[in-house]
Design a binder for this molecule. Structure first.
Ligand code: 4NP
Length: 158
């Protein structure tokens, strides 16, 4: 099972989602079964480490944010079983990508039972926004792992 988390810049929300998910996957003994990655719909920050505020907020919870930013690619929909958008704008942008597969596209907060809500963009706000994002990502990742365990999400990528 391969999961790609997607936000706008790939320096705040989706690298944090990738890191929180990897941490929880490892704690759940699923490390051999679930691979995670992240990307941005925009390419502005390609090649850069995550925002220092995102790295610090996650580190305070024992989570390492290590990803290097990249932009989404049309082939991501073939290579990942699940493409998880952080907000409605990311979802719309992903739907418009050549090769988009609506069956593999979801919104992050659906997994927390919070369908219709965005993971708010913390980039232009204060440090507390990064903690709020982590709270949302933690409960979303727990829901996502529960869905994978229960078999409602299945690996279909080649
Ligand atoms: P992210 O946050 O989508 O969570 O990585 C942002 C990062 C950078 C910008 C916007 C949002 N930006 O405008 O550069």
């Amino acid at each position: 099972m391969r999961i790609l988390f997607v936000c706008l810049g790939n320096i705040c929300r989706s690298p944090s989602a990738e890191a929180v998910m990897r941490h929880r996957v490892e704690a759940s003994g699923l490390a051999g079964e679930i691979e995670v990655d992240s990307a941005g719909t925009a390419g502005w920050h390609t090649g850069k480490a995550a925002d220092a505020r995102a790295i610090a907020a996650a580190a305070a919870r024992g989570v390492d944010v290590t990803s290097i930013a990249r932009q989404v690619r049309p082939e991501d929909f073939a290579e990942f079983d699940l493409v998880v958008a952080m907000d409605a704008a990311n979802h719309a942008d992903l739907e418009g990508l050549p090769g988009a597969d609506p069956a593999r596209l979801r919104m992050m907060r659906e997994f927390a039972g919070e369908a219709g809500l965005d993971v708010p963009d913390p980039y232009y706000g204060g440090d507390e926004g990064f903690d709020e994002v982590l709270d949302i990502l933690e409960r979303s990742c727990d829901g996502l792992i529960a869905e994978i365990r229960s078999g409602t999400i299945k690996a279909t990528a080649g």
